[in-house]
Design a protein around this ligand. Structure first.
Ligand code: 3PG
Length: 231
């Protein structure tokens, strides 16, 4: 039987997922049949980690389709994970990681029980600190633009020196490079790489083009593993 992963193991796994590419596409699918061609287009463009949100009924089947296909170099995670039931369903569907827009005691307990790496959302230093006490070092900064954006990330760099962020929410092709220049940004997340309308139109070569441009963004910041407390 494999050992239960420690928080340090999960943070290390998360660091490698966030280092897959400068941009993690946040994808919302209306039809699970679109999941595989969409993931192939993203992979062809050089994207390694894909967040499929659970905002639609197709979300879980989409995750299952991508996970089952086992595309080389592609890891699919579940996004917009809001409660324990969704944690269990995402795990059962084959998600390799979980992303949430925030954190609550029940969600945190369920994410920890699952053994999956979890990227919890935070929008304040206090929310980050509460999770850092439990060994978390990597956070979704959400909603990034509405919560202070680049200025917020620059301001917390010194006091929260151990923390790494994936800003999401209002990050675009136009401002992603500015976020990625910050040393405490592990990667950025956003829906612009695989927009819902292009997925619905099966515009796979357009999505591949957007993915290539996203994967080519220069990343100057905090890739790799932030230092961890003793497990
Ligand atoms: C998310 O869940 O991360 C956001 O909804 C993505 O935000 P965006 O559409 O502004 O990229």
């Amino acid at each position: 039987m494999s050992a239960v992963p420690t928080q340090a193991d999960k943070q290390a796994r998360l660091a490698s997922i966030l280092a897959c590419a400068p941009v993690m596409p946040v994808v919302t699918l209306d039809a699970a049949d679109d999941a595989l061609p969409m993931a192939c287009a993203l992979a062809a463009g050089g994207i390694g980690a894909i967040e499929v949100t659970l905002r639609t009924a197709a979300g879980l089947d989409a995750i299952r389709a991508i996970a089952t296909a086992g595309l080389p170099g592609v890891v699919v995670g579940a996004g917009t994970v809001l409660d324990a039931r969704q944690v269990e369903a995402a795990h059962a569907a084959g998600a390799g990681f979980l992303v949430s827009p925030g954190a609550s005691p029940h969600l945190l307990a369920a994410a920890e029980r699952s053994g999956l790496p979890w990227l919890p959302g935070i929008a304040t230093a206090g929310e980050a600190l509460a999770l850092m006490e439990r060994g978390y070092r990597q956070f979704k900064f959400f909603p990034a633009a509405a919560s202070g954006g680049i200025k917020w990330l620059a301001a917390v760099r010194a006091p929260l020196a151990q923390a790494r962020f994936c800003p999401t929410g209002g990050v675009t092709a136009a401002n992603a490079a500015e976020y990625l220049a910050l040393p405490n940004v592990a990667c950025v997340g956003g829906s612009w790489v695989a927009p819902r309308a292009l997925i619905a139109a099966h515009a796979w070569s357009d999505i591949e083009r957007l993915a290539s441009a996203a994967a080519a963004l220069v990343h100057q910041g905090g890739r790799g593993m932030p230092s961890m407390p003793e497990a």
